[in-house]
Design a protein around this ligand. Sequence first.
Ligand code: SAM
Ligand code: SF4
Length: 333
Amino acid sequence: MKDSHGRTIDYLRISLTDRCNLRCIYCMPEEGVCSLSHEDILTLEEIETIVEVAAEMGFKHIRLTGGEPLVRKGVVDCVRHIVETPGIERVAMTTNGILLPQMAKDLRAAGLSRVNVSLDTLDADQFRFITRRGELADALAGIDAALEAGLNPVKVNAVVVRSLDQDLLEFAKLSLDRPLHVRFIEYMPVGESSGVDGCGWGPEDVIDSDDVVRIVSERAQEAGLGPLLPLNEAAAEGWGPARYFHFEGALGTVGVISPMSRHFCKECNRLRLTADGKLRPCLFSDLEYDVRTPVRAGDRDGVKTAILEALGHKPEDHFDIVGTERKMSQIGG
Ligand code: SAM
Ligand code: SF4
C-alpha cells in the first residue's frame, strides 16, 4: 500500500494501553497521565479487528507498544491472535522489560518474534532516578529472559540525554558477548517531555547520533576494543531507520536512530494506533483519524476508510513540527 508520497506503508504500531508500571522522567509525569477510561480504550477484540482489516489492505508488520504493553491484561492472547492473522508476517513488542521474566516464554510461544527493551542506564541509582520507581535488576532480568526465551532479535533501546551523562561505552559493550542490538536514540520533543531537570525538553539535551558514534568509537579504542565498524541494516534485521555498527568479533551490534539530526521521513513505512482508537499518520503531528467509532459499530469498511484517510494524510516530512500535545506513553513510542 502506498501513501500519497509514494512510500510503501506496511507497518502498524499499536499502543495497547496508556498505562505503565514506570514513570520515566522524559515520558510521563510522576502521578501518571490522566488515564483513559475503560470505555475509551479499544478492547483487544477491537484491536484484533483493526489488524485484520489492515492486513487485508497490505500491512505486514505489527509492533505492540504503549504505555507498557505487558501491563495490559490478555496481551499474550492478543499476540497469538495477531500472529495468526493472515497477511501478518511479524509481530514485535517494545517494552520496559520489567515483566519479561514472567512473560517472555509465553509471548514467544504465542508467536512474538522480536522485542525491543528500553533501558537508558546501567547504573542502579540512575535507573531509579529516571524511571522514578523501577529497579535496574528487573530490567536486566527482562533482557536475559528475552534471550533465554529465544526472542530474536533482542534490541536494547537507550534514549540519549546529555544531562543524564550516560556511560555510552558500557551500553555498547552489551553487544560484545551476546546477540544484543544496542540502539542509541536521539531525545525527541514529544509530549512536553518533562526533561531531566523538570524544565522541559530542550535542544541542548539532544546529542547528535554522529557524535554518539564518535564518542563510543573513541572510548572503545582507548579501552582496547577497536573502533565501531559500519554494517548494513540487514545485519540487525531492522525494519526502520537505524544505522548499524559493530565491534569486530562481537555477537551483537550497536545502532543509532536519529529522528532529530536526520529526518527519515522519506523511508517512513508506518502508521500508529493510539490506545483510544486514533490513527496517527506521523509521530510529530497531532493529526488523528478516528477508527474506534467504525470498529465499535462492526463497520469494517469504515475501518478501512479511516486507514485510507490516515494514509492519505501522511505528511511528506515533519519539517519544523516538533512537539505534540500527546505524551509518548499515549501515542505509543
Ligand atoms: N513502555 C515501553 C517502553 O518503555 O519501551 C513502550 C512505550 S515507550 C513510550 C517507547 C519508547 O519511547 C521507549 O524506548 C522510550 O524510551 C521512548 N521515548 C519516550 N519518550 C521519548 C522522548 N521524548 N524521546 C525519545 N524517546 C522517547
Ligand atoms: Fe513507561 Fe515506557 Fe514511558 Fe518509561 S518510556 S514511562 S516505561 S511508557
